[in-house]
Design a protein around this ligand. Structure first.
Ligand SMILES: [Zn+2]
Length: 77
């Protein structure tokens, strides 16, 4: 069961949404990443649950979409 389109519609990048309600729209990539259209942070979806943590998104901010792994790695410990 993938993340529902309804959920994706309301989810926003937690960093960008602080600036503006219209910012931080997310695009689903490879079925397991949510890429912020505003800041390019990338949030992994683990076990169908989007991990909307700014630290996690920042970890992948400078990784090109094409270079994202097909399955999100385990969280940094
Ligand atoms: Zn953002």
């Amino acid at each position: 069961m993938a993340v529902s389109p309804k959920l994706l519609e309301i989810l926003r990048c937690p960093e960008c949404v602080r600036e503006s309600d219209d910012a931080g729209e997310l695009t689903l990539v490879k079925g397991v990443w949510l890429v912020c259209q505003t800041c390019e942070r990338k949030y992994p979806i683990r076990d169908d649950i989007p991990v909307m943590l700014i630290d996690e998104g920042t970890r992948w901010q400078n990784t090109p979409v094409a270079a994202l792994p097909d399955t999100p790695p385990e969280p940094a410990s």
